[in-house]
Design a protein around this ligand. Structure first.
Ligand code: C5P
Length: 237
């Protein structure tokens, strides 16, 4: 399969059209941004780590019955994915209070939540991705009720699968962000990525943060954290 024109360049990825109209090629960049693009930098090897880790995690999910957009990893940085129409929502799943939830509700980071929290944010850079509820989603026709039911059901199942997996590699899955897309026949499948850019991972023994918060908060050893996630997930493969 060959890349043709550049379809879109985002903060962390480029997306290319291909000679197959149903497929795209995603190319992961080392560029890092935070706070809606206000903080900018670069993390060495982030592109290849996120590509490989995300593909590995989506592979685990596929095996457990979650349909994803992944078709084939073609090299360290690039993956062929199914072309989908992205549902303009960021779905955030939270097991432990951290980040914006801690700020908003005055909860100390690390507070265990009695129940998993699901949040939706409207994907709109110029508005800073505001949080919305199901009424807003239907009012703006961002998704149908049937689609949103499917999205929430899949998100909880993904949380169960990933929390159990990360526990097995001595990591607590604090929270993460998902995106979904519609295929040509209208099926909703998991899209985008699941990587240290889009999740919070805390080492279960030391509590060390092994994710993008090291970049956002200037905690140092950002590259080391990404490498550690690569090592724990893919090992030496
Ligand atoms: O910042 P906040 O606490 O809302 O982030 C919750 C989770 O969603 C974190 O794991 C963060 O990495 C992820 N996230 C993301 N992209 C965004 C916003 C949040 O991947 N635009």
């Amino acid at each position: 399969m060959k890349k043709t024109e550049l379809l879109y360049e985002g903060k962390a990825k480029k997306v290319f059209k291909t000679d197959d109209e149903n497929m795209l090629i995603v190319s992961y960049k080392d560029d890092a941004t935070a706070f809606n693009g206000v903080k900018k930098g670069s993390i060495q090897d982030k592109g290849s780590i996120n590509n490989r880790v995300s593909n590995y995690l989506m592979g685990l999910l596929e095996k457990k019955g979650i349909p994803t957009h992944i078709v084939e990893e073609i090299n360290d940085r690039e993956t062929v994915v199914k072309k989908v129409q992205i549902v303009p929502l960021e779905v955030i799943v939270r097991n432990i209070a951290a980040g914006s939830l801690s700020k908003r509700l005055g909860l100390e980071e690390g507070t265990k939540l009695d129940k998993t929290v699901l949040e939706y944010c409207y994907k709109k850079d110029e508005l800073g991705d505001p949080m919305v509820n199901d009424f807003h989603i239907y009012a703006l026709s961002l998704a149908t009720k049937e689609e949103l039911d499917k999205i929430s059901e899949m998100s909880f199942k993904i949380n169960e699968i990933l929390s159990e997996y990360f526990d097995s590699i001595n990591i607590e899955l604090i929270d993460f962000k998902l995106e979904f897309g519609r295929t040509a026949d209208g099926t909703v499948i998991l899209a985008d990525e699941i990587s240290p850019d889009t999740c919070r991972y805390w080492d279960k023994t030391t509590g060390e943060k092994l994710d993008k918060d090291r970049f956002r908060r200037d905690l140092g050893n950002v590259e080391g954290a990404y490498q550690e996630i690569l090592k724990r997930t893919l090992g030496d493969s």
